[in-house]
Write a protein that binds this ligand. Sequence first.
Ligand code: ADP
Length: 257
Amino acid sequence: MTAAAAFGVDAGSTTCKVVAVDAAGALLASRLEPTRPRLEEQAASLVAALAADLGLPGPPAVVATGYGRQLVREAARRVTEITCHARGAFRALGHGGTLVDIGGQDAKAIRIGPDGRPVDFAMNDKCAAGTGRFLEHTAARLGVEVADLGARALAASTEESISSTCTVFAESEIISLIGRGADLDAIIRGLHRSLVGRIVAMARTVGLAPPLILSGGVALNPGVRAMMAEAAGMPVLLPPHPQLMGAYGAALLALEA
Ligand code: ADP
């Protein structure tokens, strides 16, 4: 196997990821776990486990990103998610555009210039309604797996309108819709519409230059992808391993250092 030359760690609020790249910057291997309270220990054990997977005596150069990046003691450098997601997506796709990263507790829109550097960004980390948490919370209330939500939204033949701009109030709305016998898939489609509307409005503040690129765990949701394309009026591009984009960008920066 090609030797791992650098690691990137993305200590996110919902998931913790570590990625290994080879000397040419190709993604070699990765690990991902739900984030636990002792993030410092979790990051150390994930890094050690990936090094063991690759038969390395210890980790090579490490760069950390994500909200918990200050706690990753193996890291030589800590870099913002904006820079890391932009770097990862630019390398994976080979061009700029508007990158939207939707994670568990925040969402960001990053306009990437033709040279791969972020030129503008906007972020929502104040309101759960524009993040993966909104879908997680409502999926739990509906008794549906998060991984199944997108397909169900796309399968719906009708759509319920969710007017609340807050996760807690949206949950009350869902309860009353269920009480009125509304179709579950139509409710799920309405929840997607609500999330997507918020995200596209944020992306417009940075210019929404095509193509629209999605990263973060919510990019795995086919309903979000299809409805984002519709709302933005442009196709959506998905890099390989969208949930690993921040860790991949961090590994590329570790390689350069
Ligand atoms: P963070 O980096 O902020 O910790 P992630 O980028 O890992 O978060 O995204 C986590 C979110 O991704 C979850 O809130 C969930 O909504 C969504 N998610 C994770 N896996 C899937 C999946 N298989 N299908 C759809 N959504 C998913």
